[in-house]
Design a protein around this ligand. Structure first.
Ligand code: MTE
Length: 311
């Protein structure tokens, strides 16, 4: 990813105190009083529909490698609105509040609607799937996600014939997300997009849980995208807006580094990033190297959508 070197006059990220997050957490812990545990406070904040977890695992999707330990998948994160420091995201994001939460679906659809997250999570049956996850930076995990196929929502909102794309936007809360102000060179809020055809693919999920529990803030609570045949940068977190369009929408990483991050960003071991090879996965946490698979090993599910040249 693009990592900007701080200028002398900038406060290094890790020295900036995320005071508002800290103070809010204190208030909540005081409010909880009798519980008095920070861990419980953060869980209470993040949990949407906890009674729905764990959801039943769909046995169709199997792995060729061990599952990543939960502590690594929830402790080594990319979520730049909080911090660029992967190991600190969970701490900086701890007080992030995902209730109440609304997801607005708009644009070229016959049934535009703003969903309350609790209604949305209960609307379609949740299932657990084990998927490989590959970041454009080469690190890779294997994660049990809980969610529902995006196709279910698309059928519900019923796109008009001229709609070809689905654009998604992350919540914009500078007061809770200190990275938004400490990294003003990124065009916040985070935005991503898929072709509707891609979003209709059976592998494409809206994810609301991980390891049999509701998503914690660092993994994109309360709802995020997972398209396991694409690099992780496509899997936008904490979605508040979904828009159906006829024109191809811009996407954040493609906008700021088009030569490095393709609009499709399909995993392709034969197409190196300008500064590193994409031929190997570096497995988290042990650093084992494994050959990167075309479409991250999901070729049988997605090949028919592509000519093989999409970047
Ligand atoms: N979504 C938002 N809003 N902000 C981000 O910085 N990072 C992306 C993606 N979604 C990102 C995001 C990148 S680069 C990756 S690799 C994955 O989230 C990481 O997901 P994880 O932390 O759950 O492993």
């Amino acid at each position: 990813m693009l990592i900007k070197k701080p200028q002398g006059w900038e406060i290094p990220e890790r020295e900036a105190t995320d005071e508002s997050v800290y103070l809010r957490r204190r208030q909540i812990i005081q409010g909880l009083g009798f519980l008095g545990m920070e861990a419980l406070a953060s869980q209470a904040l993040a949990a949407v529909a906890p009674d729905l977890y764990p959801a039943e695992r769909n046995p169709k999707y199997t792995l060729d490698r061990p599952l990543t330990p939960e502590a690594d998948a929830t402790g080594y994160n990319n979520y730049y609105e909080f911090t660029l420091d992967k190991a600190r995201v969970k701490d900086v994001a701890r007080g992030f509040n995902s209730e109440p939460w609304k997801v607005q679906v708009k644009g070229l659809v016959n049934n535009p609607k703003t969903y309350d997250i609790d209604d949305l999570v209960r609307k379609f049956p949740l299932e657990e799937r084990l998927y490989r996850f590959r970041c454009v930076e080469t690190w890779a995990m294997a994660v049990p996600w809980t969610g529902f196929p995006i196709s279910h929502l698309i059928k519900e909102v019923d796109p008009k014939p001229e709609a070809k794309f689905m654009r998604m936007v992350t919540v914009n809360r500078p007061a809770e997300m200190p990275g938004i102000e400490s990294q003003p060179h990124y065009p916040w809020p985070y935005f991503e997009a898929l072709e509707i055809k891609e979003a209709m693919n059976e592998m494409a999920l809206f994810v609301t849980g991980i390891y049999g529990k509701p998503l914690p803030p660092q993994n994109g609570a309360p709802i995020r995208l997972i398209t396991p045949w694409k690099y992780g940068l496509k899997s936008i977190k904490s979605i508040v807006e979904i828009e159906f369009t006829s024109k191809r929408p811009r996407t954040l990483w493609n906008d700021i580094g088009g030569a490095e991050y393709g609009w499709y960003s399909n995993v392709n071991p034969k197409r190196p990033h300008p500064r590193w090879s994409q031929a190997q996965d570096r497995i988290i946490p042990n650093g084992e190297l494994r050959p990167t698979l075309m479409y991250n090993g999901y070729e049988e599910f997605v090949r028919s959508m592509y000519s093989g040249r999409e970047f």
